[in-house]
Design a protein around this ligand. Structure first.
Ligand code: IDP
Ligand code: MG
Length: 141
């Protein structure tokens, strides 16, 4: 099944000048970019995006981090995109991430872990719509 998923190059990725390097890995893995932009989330919008985690001990730190600087949301399309993208980025904590994965290569810790990936096709759609209007989503081919 061709699926869509949302990636976000998080503020640590932008600060480390890794936008190009991480995006290259995404493209080399066969993902098609439907839309891409740089944005600065407010605390309110970061909190809204991660609302599912509200009440968890890391929530406030996560909101603080995600609003600490610009990030780069990217709408992606590929066969089995959700699972394939999560395989490409690796486990949430870079200590647990498989060798060669983006988080293993570039992330400092579980909170500042370089990149977001949607966890289901339904959430992929919801998260893409959080950042992009239908006009901004340009067919991959
Ligand atoms: P995921 O990004 O791998 O899907 P989630 O459990 O959905 O991981 O958590 C969302 C984000 O919240 C993580 O990517 C990470 O930035 C942060 N986070 C999750 N668990 C922790 C934690 O235990 N400590 C610090 N930050 C965390
Ligand atoms: Mg998640």
């Amino acid at each position: 099944m061709i699926e869509r998923t949302l990636a976000i190059l998080k503020p640590d990725c932008v600060r480390k000048n890794l936008i190009g390097e991480v995006t290259t890995r995404i493209e080399k893995a066969g993902f098609k970019i439907l839309a891409l932009k740089k944005v600065r989330l407010t605390k309110e919008s970061a909190g809204g995006f991660y609302a599912v985690h509200k009440g968890r001990p890391f929530y406030d730190g996560l909101v603080e981090f995600m609003s600490s600087g610009p990030c780069v949301p990217i709408a992606l399309e590929k066969e089995n995109a959700v699972a394939e993208f999560r395989a490409l980025i690796g486990a949430t904590d870079p200590k647990d991430a498989a060798p060669g994965t983006i988080r293993k290569l570039y992330a400092d810790n579980k909170g500042e872990n370089i990149v977001h990936g949607s966890d289901s096709p339904d959430n992929g759609k919801i998260e893409i719509n959080f950042f992009f209007s239908s006009k901004e989503l340009i067919d991959a081919q």
